[in-house]
Design a protein around this ligand. Structure first.
Ligand code: UDP
Length: 329
């Protein structure tokens, strides 16, 4: 298919772009490079540098690429920052995404794969989490993604938009060939910060909260390899052939790991300790989030190839060792 990947120069998007091209799709990227890296876009893939809310630019890109489907990764994703600056998250994740949707409808592009998040559930009633749990986000980031999910459902009914929204758990790891990986500025995610602390590139890791109602007192998360995550976006495309499809899938491996277990994994793989200190809870963090991924396994035949935390952390360590300054290395 002709695929326009919005946010395709970002962490997850860039992995999806490479997979889509390898699978024979004709791929182009639209990214404003506010967080993305032009270096992560492979040679031969056209990069449109534009804001997804810029309807003239987006419509031109959709026309020029004869896009049949949009895969949208473009969003601000930092939970902590969303609590401090909610208006920034609303403006980007809701208002500009609406601009993207309007551009798609105006150009007759009615297939979309959308990056949503397990943060739309808030503090879930049950664990592991199924797709039918109530969605009550406890931070603005989750609220913005839920707002778009609801909007997509409306457009499926009113305009025949066919979409799949993937509710990601914790994306982690890097491409196994070491070509691309996680390079956020500022970095806020646990695995890269733990690796950087172990390598002496950053101060000791702060463990946010050790009094959670979990076995070791630290938060439980479901870490899923970025290539496994990306692959699902391509696996779902045949399901969007029928107009008006509204599909929601949790995307995680289903295995919970605590912050302390992540620290132990990084230490094991690098063969050196992760200096860390205990700190206050971070606002907006639910104690435990892990997926019941039965639906995506059943309906898409999706099986994570990286099925242990160590296998994911290993690829992240390779990337950070090879590229100490990320794409600027
Ligand atoms: N975390 C931590 N110290 C850090 C960064 C994260 O203890 O410096 C914890 C955080 O509280 C959460 C888990 O690690 O329980 C994963 O956080 P991350 O920011 O990687 O992803 P999120 O779950 O927020 O999407």
């Amino acid at each position: 298919m002709n695929v326009l990947v919005v946010g395709g120069a970002g962490y997850i998007g860039s992995h999806c772009v490479r997979q889509a091209a390898a699978a024979g799709h004709v791929v182009a990227v639209l990214d404003d490079l506010s967080y993305g890296h032009a270096e992560s876009v492979p040679a031969g893939v056209k990069l449109y540098r534009a804001d997804m809310g810029d309807q003239a630019a987006v419509r031109a890109a959709l026309r020029e690429t004869r896009a049949e489907v949009v895969i949208d990764f473009a969003a601000f994703t930092n939970v902590g920052e969303s609590v401090q600056r909610p208006e920034r998250y609303h403006e980007n994740n809701v208002v500009r995404t609406e601009g993207l949707l309007q551009s798609m409808l105006a150009e007759g592009v009615k297939k979309l794969v959308f990056s949503s998040t397990c943060a739309t559930y808030g503090v879930p009633e049950r664990m592991p989490m199924t797709e039918d749990l109530p969605q009550q986000p406890i931070n603005p980031y989750g609220a913005t993604k839920l707002a778009v999910e609801r909007r997509l459902r409306e457009l499926a009914g009113s305009h025949g938009l066919s979409f799949a929204a993937f509710r990601y758990f914790n994306a982690a790891g890097a491409s196994p060939d070491g070509a691309i990986g996680e390079d956020h500025s500022p970095e806020t995610h646990l695995i890269p910060l733990a690796i950087a602390a172990a390598l002496g590139r950053r101060p000791p890791l702060k463990v946010f909260g050790t009094d959670y109602p979990t076995p070791d007192g630290t938060c439980l998360r479901d870490y899923v390899h970025v290539d496994d995550l990306s692959r699902a976006h391509l696996d779902v495309l045949p399901k969007l052939a029928q107009p008006g499809q509204a599909l929601f899938y949790n995307l995680g491996t289903g295995a919970p790991y605590s912050v302390k277990e992540v620290i132990a994994s990084v230490a094991r793989i690098l063969g050196r300790p992760v200096p860390h200190e205990l700190a206050e809870r971070r606002e907006g963090d639910p104690p435990a989030l892990y997926a019941d991924a039965a639906k995506v396994r059943r309906e898409l035949g999706w099986v994570p190839r990286y099925d242990t935390l160590d296998s994911i952390v290993l690829t992240a360590c390779h990337w950070h060792l090879a590229r100490p300054k990320g794409f600027a290395s």
